[in-house]
Design a protein around this ligand. Structure first.
Ligand code: SAH
Length: 354
């Protein structure tokens, strides 16, 4: 049975038409299943009984099962191990931050990009997630928040707070899965669906140029992050094989053009790895490459995982690197990942035992 949460607004409208129901029901159907603070009895009263029966017989509504949850002792982040209908597992991470809650979600089971410093990359790709499984991670997290008022209290948020920001920085390369990604985004930004502001959603990519073009052409207004990591083409191809297919320079040229036509600004992610990409020469080259593009650079010190030969940078090198960017007029922040004690930090998500 198809998952209800895979139905984009267009698909719901098509379904209503096909089944002979009026389009006026679209709003109520969506609100009923996505908005837990809506007056559900009232919504239900106004929906035709046959429509409810049809939906219930044709679709599943189960949010994704939480197989395991781990709470960080240091920063209140929570990692969910989620079991999909076919038994595959993915992870998502809930991160409170002042007045908002960010959910880091997965777009695939595993990943085929094989970046050498990333734990998920070592798993290979098992399969794409459906739009319903992407959206379902948010529905599941919202349900968890509803069921855990003490956690919300502990992080000084009100009981009605739900996921406010979403980053596609969990497992997978979202732009290797564009059709499902786009459907999921449409549900996320729909005012009757999850009602998330587009600028509070960030799609992160290792530099999949074809996917990027398709995403930008959808005009959804969501934020885009590029995992750049190393400015030199040869060096980048060595640790990020995607660079051989989509060279960084071409991706940046595209971003520069997209910016002038659409006036967006982009987030650059730069995982800093000792002896690999943390020299001042790298910082200079990066500053040069980014000239003329409106960007913000997040420097993320490498999170290590078992069996990796890569090491965290020396703090002095990290600050010197940032200093050079700042002096070149590039906005740059050092971001220490949350959830390090529960293996929920960037690049640490991987399913190693079932
Ligand atoms: N495939 C997408 C989405 C994954 S996002 C992308 O590459 O953007 C996960 C982010 O964490 C990426 O920027 C990734 O490069 C980074 N990352 C991977 N391994 C890491 C590690 N060991 N330490 C810190 N960041 C890491």
């Amino acid at each position: 049975m198809e998952n209800f949460y895979s139905l984009s607004p267009d698909k719901i409208r098509g379904l209503l038409e096909k089944q002979g129901f009026s389009q006026v029901h679209f709003k109520a159907v969506y609100q009923y299943f996505y908005q837990d603070n809506a007056d559900r009895d009232k919504l239900l009263q106004n929906l035709p009984k046959e429509l409810i029966r049809h939906l219930e017989s044709e679709y599943t509504f189960a949010p994704i099962a939480i197989a395991k949850e781990l709470q960080s002792k240091y920063d209140s982040s929570v990692k969910f191990l989620l079991r999909l209908a076919d038994g595959e597992l993915v992870e998502s991470v809930l991160m409170p931050e002042r007045a908002r809650i960010t959910l880091c979600i997965s777009s695939q089971v595993g990943c085929r990009q094989a970046c050498s410093f990333c734990h998920t990359g070592r798993m290979g790709l098992k399969r794409n997630l459906s739009a319903g499984e992407i959206v379902g991670q948010i529905v599941t997290a919202n349900q968890w928040l509803k069921d855990h008022p003490p956690w919300l209290q502990a992080v000084r948020l009100t009981e009605s707070q739900r996921v406010s920001n979403v980053v596609f920085m969990g497992m997978g390369e979202p732009l290797d899965n564009v059709p499902e990604l786009v459907d999921a985004l449409k549900i996320m930004v729909s005012p009757q669906g999850l009602s998330l502001a587009p600028r509070r959603i960030t799609v992160s990519t290792a530099g999949h140029l074809d996917g990027l073009k398709k995403l930008v052409s959808e005009n959804l207004g969501v934020g885009i992050a590029l995992s750049l990591h190393i400015p030199d083409a040869k060096e980048r191809s060595r640790i990020m094989p995607i660079n051989r297919r989509y060279p960084l320079e071409e991706v940046l040229t595209y971003l520069r053009d997209a910016q002038t036509t659409k006036n967006r600004h982009f987030l650059i992610q730069y995982t800093v790895i000792a002896g690999v990409n943390d020299s001042l020469a790298h910082a200079e080259k990066l500053a040069h490459l980014l000239k003329g593009i409106k960007v913000k650079v997040n420097l993320i010190p490498l999170n290590s995982f078992d069996a990796t030969s890569f090491k965290q940078p020396d703090p002095d090198d990290l600050y010197a690197f940032q200093g050079l960017l700042l002096r070149s007029g590039i906005r740059s922040m050092i971001r220490f990942s949350k959830g390090q004690d529960i293996d929920a930090a960037c690049g640490q998500l991987a399913i190693t035992s079932q």
